[in-house]
Design a protein around this ligand. Structure first.
Ligand code: MCN
Ligand code: SMO
Length: 777
């Protein structure tokens, strides 16, 4: 029998339906009486709503905020002192705060008719001055995004272990300003939600494309004023989430409210334009970083000031401050230094709310830190890879607690850098640079090393001010009467492969092949509580809970099997999908039969739960486990056109024990593709009036196969001492390093011209501007 447990490179169970078009997404659902919803959205970034005029006879089809009887606004709380809450009415109340904010909701038999209804509504706006950037938001006399606030800051916060001493004494000082562009995330399936009233269960059923079904139920219950037991969140297939779908969306609240009050089914499915101009915004950071080092480039300290343009509203449940908190905590990266100060400003602006996106703050943090390491290397005249190697936390220091109390559990960071250096062939690249390119392009080499914290525990969430997120997870495992297995977990499958890998974990313990294991995820009515799929926590948390539940069930099986085979439970061994005692064996079905059909065959002290168990996994250490990787890129830059070509790209990653190596590779490839988008292409610019300038995929450039290099990959497997089976999360890692590795490579290529880039995406325009600026110096 083939091994389908941990480490097996098995094909994904979910692909069996997805590859033949049998996935079932919100948009696929057919239901009698289903009505579609469209939104009239604000065309102004900041304006008072003077009047809304509906077409005659549209009562019951066109809604404004005044019609939302019984609904409470989304208010995201935080325990961090000084944090300001935003009151987010799902339909604008009194004024609009960003272009794309829903003002009117229309329902009709089809989306097209609902859009026509929206077109027939007249809204009179009285424009207000617009806060279109972090700088504008922080200006002394800036108008207020939320008039009841004294300023435009959700929070002013940071970390300070003292840098004054090193600032005075350090021989090398490097200061840079970095910017990462505002972006959207573009899962293949946009956000979508369908809701209906289930008369039989007397429940509101919300079929929503989400990463966090159990949390969405809590959020909806708060807004609707309904008991959580009266709400069932039953997510269907989710065509990618990437962070966008781990927050409560206003549209989700509105569709649920419609279904609750009208008791008929309603649906909204985001279109691409809504995603680009009204949905999630992410990534935009601005840094001012001063690094202090010795003559060899050994880091002595870091002083940073960071602004994050978090848009108008604080997302539920993570708040607008998640990203800045993570920036302050993660900026020191995988490096060992003690003097650190980071001041963060979470600025409210007239833009859509800022949501987490694969990598969360760490993509920007890695960009700022890794470019700073290269800048130090240039300042001291050494190879960046050597300066990097000498600053990394070493294997001998593990477990290592850094300046911001991140507790790195295991791994060999310098070895991943060394391996990447070998794979990319650094010496050959340097030789090639020396001889020059026949086509006049410049070759450059760049590295980036990062850590990926996953499976954070409760105290980490509470340190970010979040009280609704327990840092643990549960899963259930059950043997069916015929000897198959059912796994249930409240985390959801969003494309990342958990339907397969949780089956693999159960298979590892019970030895039953995954073909006989069904995995049910996400539905709040049928799965135990989970906070959901985000922060690369799935395999550590839900995998850990599945492992524990499977072990409990294995014990139950052993007890019954021992009784049936007249031996001691310790003599019973589970192997190859059967149950052995010495050279005798019985099937799992025999044990199933005994428990379910023949109580007379059971031992008297049998576990009354039978052949099933729900167990919880709580991280052994609250700061979780840390994956890490080094990415290396070789690029060619054309100084005449500013065009960049990625000639080579390698990844050396370590996520502990790989449950499914093929899925891990897929995660790293996919994440890296998104990271390359951040590095070179993707940008949602806004003008001074807060108008989004990228409203189609002609303006917003997503990388496709032709833009992506073929990526070479190697893996280390340093088992975490803190997690079940030594696993560490990997879902976000790929997206963290590419902007840093690629721009370091671009800067290496531009070094002979004296030009340096400090902003992504590294568009031809920006590269040419950097070259021209260097010429002018
Ligand atoms: N895995 C493994 N062995 C490991 C680590 C992980 O086999 N040592 C597998 C897991 O079993 C799982 C996948 O890799 O199938 C990712 O696991 P994990 O890192 O635990 O992440 P989560 O399950 O919590 O998924 C969320 C994570 C995040 S936060 C984002 S953002 C992201 C990502 O996953 N969104 C994705 N990957 C995505 N992949 C797809 N296709 N779609 C998304 O929306
Ligand atoms: S951005 Mo991932 O959902 O943590």
């Amino acid at each position: 029998m083939s091994h389908t447990g941990i480490g097996a490179r098995v094909r994904r169970k979910e692909d069996a339906r997805h590859l033949i078009g049998r996935g079932r997404f919100v948009g696929d659902i057919r239901m009698p009486g289903l009505r579609d919803v469209a939104f009239l959205r604000s065309t102004y970034a900041h304006a008072r709503i003077v009047a809304i005029t509906r077409p005659a006879g549209s009562e019951g089809s066109v809604y404004t905020v005044d019609d939302l009887a019984g609904l409470s606004p989304i208010v995201t709380r935080s325990t961090i002192p000084g944090y300001k809450e935003s009151t987010h009415w799902p339909l604008a109340s009194g004024k609009v705060r960003f272009v794309g904010e829903p003002v009117v909701m229309a329902v009709a038999a089809s989306r097209a008719e609902a859009e026509d209804l929206c077109d027939a509504v007249q809204v009179e706006f009285d424009p207000l001055p617009v806060i279109a950037s972090s700088e504008a938001g922080r200006a002394p006399d800036a108008p207020r995004v939320h008039e009841e606030w004294p300023d435009n800051l959700f929070l002013e916060s940071g970390f300070d272990s003292g840098v004054d001493e090193v600032a005075r004494t350090a021989p090398v000082k490097v200061t840079r300003e970095y910017r990462t562009a505002r972006q959207c995330m573009h899962p293949m399936e946009g956000k979508g939600v369908l809701a209906y009233w289930d008369y039989q269960a007397s429940q509101l059923v919300v079929v929503t494309s989400t990463q966090v079904p159990h949390m969405i139920r809590t959020g909806l219950a708060e807004c609707l004023g309904l008991d959580q037991s009266r709400i069932r969140v039953a997510p269907p297939d989710v065509g990618g989430g990437f962070g966008y779908k781990c927050v409560l969306q206003p549209e989700e609240v509105l569709i649920a409210w419609l279904a609750l009050t009208r008791k008929t089914p309603f649906r909204w499915v985001e279109d691409r334009r809504e995603h680009l101009t009204a949905g999630a915004n992410t990534r935009q950071h601005q840094y001012r970083v001063t690094a202090y080092a010795d003559e060899r480039g050994r880091l002595l300290g870091l002083d940073a000031e960071v602004m994050v343009d978090t848009g108008a509203y604080s997302v539920w449940p993570f708040t607008a401050c998640l990203e800045p908190s993570q920036i302050a905590g993660n900026l020191p990266g995988p490096y060992d230094f003690q003097a650190y100060r980071c001041k963060t400003y979470t600025v409210a602006t007239n833009k859509p709310a800022f949501t987490p996106y694969r990598g969360v703050a760490r993509t920007g943090v890695c960009f700022a830190m890794e470019l700073t390491i290269d800048a130090i290397a240039r300042a001291v005249g050494r190879e960046p890879v050597d300066v990097r190697a000498e600053n990394l936390v070493t294997a001998g220091q593990m477990p290592f607690t850094n300046v911001t109390r991140k507790h790195f559990d295991s791994g060999d960071y310098p070895a991943s850098l060394q391996r990447a250096r070998e794979m990319i062939g650094m010496e050959a690249v340097r030789a090639r640079q020396g001889s020059g390119e026949p086509d006049g392009r410049h070759i450059g080499l760049g590295f980036a090393t990062y850590t990926e914290q996953s499976a954070h525990g409760t105290t980490v969430f509470s340190s970010w001010g979040l009280s609704v997120i327990p840092g643990y997870d549960q899963a259930s495992v059950k043997i069916t009467p015929d000897g198959g297995v059912e796994v249930r977990a409240g985390i959801h499958t969003i494309g990342q492969g958990l339907e397969t890998t949780l089956a693999q974990v159960a298979s590892e313990i019970l030895t039953i092949p995954i073909e006989r294991i069904t995995v049910t995820l996400g539905d709040t009515a049928t799965t135990p509580y989970s906070t959901g799929a985000y922060a690369s926590r799935g395999i550590v948390m839900s995998g850990g809970a599945t492992s524990k539940a499977a072990q409990t069930v294995a014990g139950q099986v052993r007890r019954i099997a021992a009784h049936l085979m007249k031996c001691a439970p310790e003599e019973v061994e589970l192997r190859d999908g059967r149950i052995f005692a010495g050279n005798r064996s019985i099937a799992f079905a025999d044990v199933g039969f005994a428990w379910y059909m023949r109580p007379d065959l059971l031992p008297t002290d049998v576990d009354s739960r039978g052949l099933e168990a729900t167990e919880a996994y709580k991280p052994a250490v609250d700061s979780g486990v840390f994956s890490y990787a080094t990415h290396a890129a070789v690029v060619a830059v054309d100084p005449e056109t500013g065009m960049v070509e990625i000639l080579d790209y390698v990844i050396v990653e370590d996520c502990g024990r790989r449950v499914n190596p093929m899925i891990v590779e897929g995660q790293a490839y996919g994440g890296t593709a998104q990271g390359i988008g951040t590095a070179l292409f993707e940008e949602s610019p806004y003008d001074d009036l807060g108008q989004p300038l990228a409203s189609t995929l002609l303006d917003y450039l997503l990388p496709g196969p032709t833009e992506l290099p073929s990526i070479r990959m190697d893996h280390f497997e340093t088992l975490s001492p803190y997690s079940a089976h030594g696993v560490k999360g990997v879902g976000e890692g790929g997206a963290i390093a590419p902007p840093a590795a690629i721009v370091n490579a671009i800067n290496d290529a531009l070094a002979p011209l004296g030009a340096e880039l400090t902003e992504v995406p590294a568009t031809p325009e920006r590269i040419l501007a950097a070259i021209l600026a260097a010429r002018g110096r």
